[in-house]
Design a protein around this ligand. Structure first.
Ligand code: EPZ
Length: 417
């Protein structure tokens, strides 16, 4: 397992290009199952999870090639509606093939995703919604076996604005008979990007980005050309990298519009940001102060930026609080930050962060994608050397991380172990 070795306390300066969004590309790639013609996708990041999704598409009988752009072709009679456990367990988002397979083939055998480091991650809201549309499910040896005739449009109200659940139901509803209304739908920009892609293929979706999405089912979807949106969480991570190292970065290909809550909190801390034509300029500004953060569904503060802002808050004046309301176990970065000198106390879903003057480099263990990112951020600011172990977590979601950071002055290298 590789590790990253970081010599910290170096201000990052320069320009970085934000890659395409992992969390938009994953559902869009699986939505290709619905299209009867070839799909050509631009700005898909080169990540482990993308490679896993392409492997899943091939296992399902689709053609999937990545040379710069990605071309996916899913011919109906070649499709095999089975997503095996040994693949699903490596990437929970595989469950997003359920809706497309049921809509296109009327059958799906998908391993029930287990839990993961950050929580139990059930998919009950996905299944309940699909049942409302006429699907039936059995659980056999850990596999969800779904069957349906043609799915029927339904009025669905989510108990929680689930991102994956909204995406699965959007894809299913696109080919269903009649109208589907999704209430309390997720409003994340990645959901909007998926809906815009489906409409480019001929779907009839309205209301994406709001809590009520209406879908008029159609008989077929065609291939299309489409560009994946920039990765707002990668962008947010690099905003923090500039500030935590007391540097100055210009992030290209990113918009603050999708990061309003993060930008608001960073400015509240004393960070200076300015949006340009095609990017964002960011630097520390005045001395940083601790603030109160509560993660919420979009447009609230994103849970995927919680670990990163905690690393920054750990070096601010005074103290701040962080409440994690989305996942039940998303504080595993805390004890690793404490190993680097952070003063953080966790009680249930709440963390109190008391700022310290400096982190001291140390060997630390990555546990999930965004926790790993927060340890890298702390290492970039720390005095001395930090080793971040088990960085396969990072490779799932950050394209060319060490190359991008080195390009703006970080002293960071990957060491194979
Ligand atoms: C997506 O996960 C993202 N993953 C996550 O990003 C992100 O943290 C999350 O949305 C919240 O924004 C992808 O897009 C691939 P949810 P997802 O369904 O779809 C509960 C990252 O770091 N829930 O909105 O799984 C669930 O347990 C990853 O890039 C149910 O109870 O998120 C959780 O507590 C991590 N039943 C909450 O809702 C369900 O059927 C949020 O889940 C579905 C969800």
């Amino acid at each position: 397992m590789d590790k990253l070795v970081i010599e910290g306390n170096v201000p990052l300066r320069g320009r970085l290009r934000v890659s395409g969004s992992k969390n938009a590309a994953l559902p869009i790639l699986l939505a290709c199952i619905l299209a009867e013609g070839p799909v050509r996708l631009r700005n898909v990041p080169k990540l482990k999870d993308i490679a896993t999704t392409l492997q899943l598409l091939r296992m399902l009988g689709c053609g999937a090639e990545q040379n710069g752009e990605i071309v996916v072709t899913c011919v109906g009679q070649n499709l095999i509606p089975e997503a095996p456990y040994d693949l699903v367990r490596t990437m929970r988002a595989s469950v997003l093939c359920l809706g497309p397979l049921l809509a296109r083939l009327g059958k799906a055998v998908v391993a029930l995703p287990g839990g993961c480091a950050i929580g139990s991650r059930p998919v009950d809201l996905h299944l309940r919604g699909l049942e409302r549309m006429g699907a039936t499910f059995e659980l056999e040896a850990g596999n969800i076996i779904g069957r349906c005739k043609r799915l029927k449009g339904a009025h669905i109200h989510f108990d929680f604005p689930t991102v994956g659940g909204t995406e699965n139901l959007l894809m299913a509803a696109s080919l269903a008979e009649g109208e589907t209304i999704l209430e309390n739908a997720a409003r994340e920009p990645e959901v909007t990007n998926l809906a815009d892609f489906l409409n480019a293929c001929g779907a009839k979706i309205q209301g994406q980005g709001t809590s009520i999405i209406r879908v008029q089912g159609v008989d077929r979807l065609n291939g299309a050309e489409f560009g994946v949106m920039p990765d707002r969480i990668e962008a947010g991570t690099y905003l923090v990298a500039a500030v935590i190292t007391d540097g100055e970065l210009y992030l290209e290909n990113c918009s603050m519009a999708d990061l309003d809550a993060v930008v608001y909190k960073l400015r509240e801390m004393g960070v200076w940001l300015q949006e340009g034509k095609s990017g964002v300029l960011v630097k520390r500004g005045t001395n940083l102060v601790g603030v109160d953060v509560m993660t919420q569904p979009f447009p609230g503060f994103p849970t995927d930026m919680q670990a990163q802002i905690m690393a920054l808050m750990g070096l601010a004046d005074g103290s701040g609080t962080i409440k994690e309301t989305i996942f039940e176990n998303r504080f595993m970065h805390v004890q690793e930050l404490v190993r680097m000198g952070a003063r953080i106390k966790v009680s249930g879903q709440n963390a109190v962060v008391r700022g310290v003057d400096q982190y001291i480099g140390a060997p630390v263990m990555a546990s999930d994608l965004r926790a790993s990112a927060s340890l890298v951020l702390a290492g970039l600011a720390a005095k001395g050397s930090t080793e971040v172990l088990r960085i396969y977590h990072l490779d799932r979601g950050y394209e060319e991380l060490e190359a991008k950071l080195s390009q703006v002055g970080a002293r960071i290298r990957r060491v194979a172990q």
